[in-house]
Design a protein around this ligand. Structure first.
Ligand code: PLP
Length: 345
């Protein structure tokens, strides 16, 4: 089998997940009658330290549902210029919600400068949109998979409260952040009014994300989910895999981080490969090809011919993502494949 490091979204469900899906007790979730979805939502809310939760088809829809629940047309959301929500969610907040994104620079560690957040909050003036929401991302995908600390998140939470804004966290990989920082995910989510996390990435489930918040917020978000076409019927089939993900995949994430460090060390020893500063923070290794090395597309083809799938981020960079299906042997095969690919000149 190929070693696939393109993303942690490529993860196949485990046999245990498939078995749980086959025997899942189900009902109509739009009526609130799917016991398996209800159980997943209860578990997720507990783990994130929130009152309530809502199962939703994707991380993109989870973030959008959160933003549209917090904001109305003409409101503004302050977020990072490298945020997934800003770059890779097809402008959903603007296209579907009339919400104006106000992007401020992400620092290399994935954070936003709290002073810049505060400076971006609009004065009450008819010329301006209404500042309503701050969005953070933890771990931060485009910033090397960096984990944002609980202390930093509290600081931003204080800015939000002081200025009367809500705080949403795109926590697609918040359990990776929790594992890296050695704190419960609930501590990272604590200062936020809402948080989404993905079951379908590092946690290996085939489909689904969860949006968590207080009871009133989640009740309102359910109407938005319906508007977006995300109300699913016998969704317990999917939620069953999500429950197995929460039970079996959260506590093992540190293994992926350890393998990411081993992979980084192995690759760093290859002439022509440079590690990006700080990498790996969690389960992502960002590497750069030195001047004189072949282009990333050629390297990717050569590595692929050796049974390792990687995707260039640009002509000289790769993001390699560790997950459940990459074991120690996969790490060694990857290092060997890159060594041979670069030795080929
Ligand atoms: C940080 C982050 N947020 C949100 C998403 C969106 O998730 P989905 O692909 O389930 O829509 C992703 C997807 O890779 C992500 O990396």
């Amino acid at each position: 089998m190929d070693v696939d490091l393109r993303s942690d979204t490529v993860t196949q469900p485990t046999e245990e997940m498939r078995a749980a899906m086959a025997r899942a007790e189900v009902g109509d979730d739009v009526f609130g009658e799917d016991p398996t979805v209800n159980r997943l939502e209860g578990m997720a809310a507990d783990m994130l330290g929130k009152e309530a939760a809502m199962f939703i088809p994707s991380g993109t829809m989870g973030n959008l549902a959160a933003i549209l629940t917090h904001c109305t047309r003409g409101d503004e959301a302050i977020l990072g210029d490298l945020a997934h929500t800003f770059l890779y969610e097809a402008g959903g907040m603007a296209a579907l919600g009339g919400v104006h994104p106000r992007a401020i620079p992400n620092r290399p560690d994935g954070t936003l400068d709290p002073a810049q957040i505060e400076a971006a909050v609009r004065a009450d003036d008819v010329h301006f949109p209404v500042s309503r929401l701050i969005c953070l991302e933890n771990t931060h995908n485009r910033c090397g998979g960096a984990a944002l600390s609980a202390e930093y998140t509290r600081l931003v939470g204080e800015v939000a409260r002081r200025r009367g804004l809500a705080l949403h966290i795109d926590g697609a990989r918040i359990f990776n952040a929790a594992a890296a920082l050695g704190v419960p995910a609930a501590e990272l989510a604590g200062p936020a009014d809402s948080v989404t996390f993905c079951l379908s990435k590092a946690l290996c489930a085939p489909v689904g994300s969860v949006l968590c918040g207080d009871g009133v917020f989640i009740r309102r978000a359910r109407r938005i989910r319906k508007q977006l076409g995300g109300g699913m019927r016998q969704a317990g089939i999917l939620a069953a895999a999500g429950i197995v993900a929460l039970e079996t995949m959260v506590d093992r994430l540190a293994e992926d981080h350890l393998r990411a460090r081993r992979l980084a060390a192995g690759l760093a020893a290859i002439p022509g490969i440079q590690l990006e500063p700080g990498t790996p923070h969690t389960n992502m290794v960002y590497i750069r090809l030195a001047d004189g090395a072949p282009e990333a597309g050629r390297v990717a083809e050569r590595v692929r011919a050796r049974g390792v799938r990687v995707e260039p981020r640009d002509a000289r960079r790769f993001r390699l993502v560790l997950h459940y299906w990459v074991d120690d042997d996969g790490v060694e095969r990857t290092v060997a494949a890159f060594r041979e690919a670069l030795a080929a000149g």
